[in-house]
Write a protein that binds this ligand. Structure first.
Ligand code: NAP
Length: 338
């Protein structure tokens, strides 16, 4: 039987996820949708040609008897209440990042899930599902590099909208590195510092761009991440792990090399949606498959909490200019069997 899915928030990512559930993935169907802008939900149902009920509000959708699982794709500040309501209703819930806008909010979700007694929550961190990052992790865990010592990363976007301000470089952008590097190194962060180089002329007064985030992990690995969101040339994700015995780099996305007019060149992606397209498919298929066997294995509410704790520390580091300690409590045994 197909997993019957309800989608809360039919904006950009909600529509993409509803489309992949309906047209690309197997084992699930979208039976319910909602958004504060009901017209966008109605349009989605029409565009996809699906037989889904448009609910007036997310809580009604969660309560609906024929909804087995919920995708929370609404605006970040609404995530916590919907995820808590889904746990309360005993329903599986896939929540786009952030799990909640504060670490305290994420912790409330962790506590509610533990009290429920069974994993119901998967957080929409898709990079651990990316084939390139998986290959990189295989190399790191194989031990062929020796112990990892340093990681050099870059997260570059061609441009961002006017409403994007300095803290968003952490909360919206770096948060993906905060999640994936924890997973890649199987480690937790202990401190963060943010350094501001000269600002690009392509930025505006409320956005310091680029930024360099320096992280230290519990095992002593040093990480530097350049976040540069008006780099102009493309959407470019770099990750290089330096170990005792060698270096491993995240593979570049496929692109054809051309030789023409005295130049040898390759394209670089410009649209972030295309960079992790396959990873979005794999993460949602994993959620659906996990529901079928009643065992989720993707990023946990604890991972959402950990990213949020680190993100809060990085924002403090932006504001203070200091090295900010990151205090991550020990992982509850509930989240050990991943
Ligand atoms: P978006 O296009 O603005 O869509 C969000 C939608 O949710 C909008 O239609 C919004 O309506 C609606 N909404 C707001 N409050 C709601 C509520 N209480 N109940 C139901 N619907 C509500 O934003 P987006 O780009 O899709 O992002 C949505 C979430 O996904 C964000 O948390 C974002 O960080 C995350 N995201 C993750 C990735 C990733 O790579 N994993 C990528 C993109 C986005 P209005 O527009 O009328 O407010």
């Amino acid at each position: 039987m197909k997993v019957r899915i309800g989608v809360i928030g039919t904006g950009a990512i909600g529509c993409e996820h509803a489309k992949r559930v309906s047209k690309v993935l197997t084992g699930a169907e979208v039976v319910a949708v909602t958004d504060v802008n009901l017209e966008s939900s109605e349009k989605l149902v029409k565009d996809l040609g699906i037989d889904a009920v448009v609910y007036k509000d997310g809580h009604e959708l969660i309560a609906a008897g024929d909804v087995d699982a919920v995708l929370v794709c609404s605006w970040g500040p609404t995530h916590e209440e919907y995820v808590l309501a889904a746990i309360e209703a005993g329903k599986y819930v896939f929540c786009e990042k952030p799990l909640a806008t504060t670490a305290e909010g994420c912790r409330r979700i962790v506590d509610a899930e533990i009290a429920h007694g069974k994993r119901l929550v998967q957080v929409g961190f898709m990079r651990p599902y990316d084939a390139g990052y998986r290959m990189l992790k295989d190399v790191v865990t194989s031990g062929e590099l020796g112990e990892p010592l340093m990681v050099h990363c870059a997260h570059r976007n061609p441009e961002v909208p006017e409403m994007y301000v300095t803290a968003m470089a952490i909360q919206d952008t770096l948060v993906h590195e905060l999640d994936v590097l924890r997973w890649l190194l199987d480690d937790d962060y202990v401190s963060a510092q943010v350094i501001f180089p000269r600002t690009t002329r392509h930025s505006h007064s409320k956005l310091a761009d680029p930024q360099i985030v320096l992280l230290e992990t519990a095992k002593g690995v040093r990480i530097d991440v350049e976040v540069f969101v008006n780099c102009k040339y493309g959407y470019d994700i770099q990750c290089s792990v330096v170990g005792e015995d060698g270096v491993a780099n995240l593979p570049e996305p496929f692109s054809v090399t051309t030789r023409k007019d005295g130049k040898c060149s390759r394209g670089i992606l410009t649209d972030w949606k295309k960079r992790f397209l396959d990873a979005y498919d794999v993460e949602l298929q994993d959620f659906i498959d996990g529901i079928k066997v009643r065992s989720l294995t993707g990023p946990t509410a604890w991972d959402g909490f950990a990213a949020s704790v680190a993100s809060d520390a990085c924002v403090k580091a932006q504001e203070s200019g200091e090295i900010v300690p990151i205090h991550m409590p020990p992982r509850p045994p509930f989240y050990n069997a991943e």
